[in-house]
Design a protein around this ligand. Sequence first.
Ligand SMILES: Cc1cc2nc3c(=O)[nH]c(=O)nc-3n(C[C@H](O)[C@H](O)[C@H](O)COP(=O)(O)OP(=O)(O)OC[C@H]3O[C@@H](n4cnc5c(N)ncnc54)[C@H](O)[C@@H]3O)c2cc1C
Length: 471
Amino acid sequence: MSAVTPPAQSRPVAIVGGGITGLVAGYRLAQRGLPVVVYEAGGRVGGVIESIRENGFLAEFGPNSILETSTKISGLIRDLGLEPRRLYSDPAAENRYLVRGGRPVCLPVSPLKFFTTELFSLGAKLRLLREPFVRRGPAEVEESVAQFVLRRLGQEWLDYAINPMIAGIYAGDPARLSVQHGFPKLAALEQRYGSLIKGQILGAKERKARGEVSKQEAKKVSFDEGLQVLTDTLGEKLGTAVRLRSAVTRIEAADGTWRVTATANGAATTTEHCAVLLAAPAYRLAAIELGGTPAPGLAPLAEIHYPPVASVVLGFRREEVPHPLDGFGMLVPAVERFQILGTLFSSSLFPNRAPKGHVLLTTYVGGVRAPELALKPQDELVVLTVADLRAILGVRGQPTYRHCVVYPRAIPQYEVGYGRFKALMDEVEAKAPGVFLAGHFRNGISLGDSIIAGHDVAERIAGWLGQRAVA
Ligand SMILES: Cc1cc2nc3c(=O)[nH]c(=O)nc-3n(C[C@H](O)[C@H](O)[C@H](O)COP(=O)(O)OP(=O)(O)OC[C@H]3O[C@@H](n4cnc5c(N)ncnc54)[C@H](O)[C@@H]3O)c2cc1C
């Protein structure tokens, strides 16, 4: 078994997966003058990002917005010439609703509103004030998000703040997600400052110095024709470097190069590359054979839990939705016993998402909380979603527009014990020099995380190639 020796620099870098991570990495490498080939198994680039305009509605099936937390995100939009097409969410849509007692209640936005809100009991409010005095947990013990929150804030915060928030971000379950892997910044705040509240205040100064913005303060971004504008533009910039309908099945180290085998239209072709970036979902990477290297195989990545999520996009006549929809959307705690996880008020968030006199609501169903619901036939999904929207928002009448998309494996769950997957990825990179892994299964699950991951891994690959060229 030969280890990889200095790569032939003239060969392109192989990028496996044309989702946002792979596209950003490919674009950044190409900008540095390094040739790339992006292998994409599907017939289009973008991965889970998909925007469709139909009957005057603009439906987003996967992600709806990017949080602009880093200059790596704003810089990408600038470099692609997309600033004129960028939309920031309407400042009037900053409210967030949580469902309590069967109706949407606005999350308090100021300390005064916090003390007067009916969302939390007096006991829960006092418990928050006690948080800075709760002892930090031992750093070496991995906890679930639920254990962490119960220890620091108590049951009501878990049920009415964290449970719906986790449903909104991960479509996940706080009892299974690891605080250390799923919310590493939160775990670090406790260890560093001894308190989440103190850490929020003191951490803000350090973020500012690093040019970062917290997820709470970051602006929400999309484009005039939806998020797909970003991935379509990246695809256009990469041009013929993108090979669609090419699923990578094997990667093998041989003679100082990486031989990448991809199957397109039933025929397998093998191409030599100087390095390989693995940026497909973990359950797909698990099926790729890794040969000619002492690195462990990728098969264990199949055990990463990706629950199904259905995205139910519905248009209604404005007058049939009595709620003002003056916000980002609403999240539904599990204890409220509805079927949906939450709803985005899509037409309030960005302009031109619905024809005049109509509104657009994007609802997510399933996740770890109720995976069986996501897999129901589309008509049933619409019926159950409309039933919950009637009960919570008072919606009347039938939707004038409907479109459902099911992601059978939507979002990876960074559950307790996720460290073993991260250790495997580290070991593969260490023992198979020239193979890199990046994406939602390693660097954080948000779109912003994926853009930053694509940017950073391109730097790592360029650095590695540079070092090899000098050696
Ligand atoms: C329903 C849903 C809603 C979301 N909402 C938000 C949101 O509002 N905001 C937010 O920040 N994030 C959101 N996210 C998360 C975010 O969209 C993703 O984390 C991010 O887009 C992942 O990008 P990626 O490139 O890592 O992976 P993917 O988008 O999964 O792309 C991977 C690509 O690899 C390709 N591929 C697979 N196997 C192979 C192979 N063998 N060879 C070649 N190619 C292969 C696939 O076809 C795919 O195109 C959401 C996700 C989902 C599913």
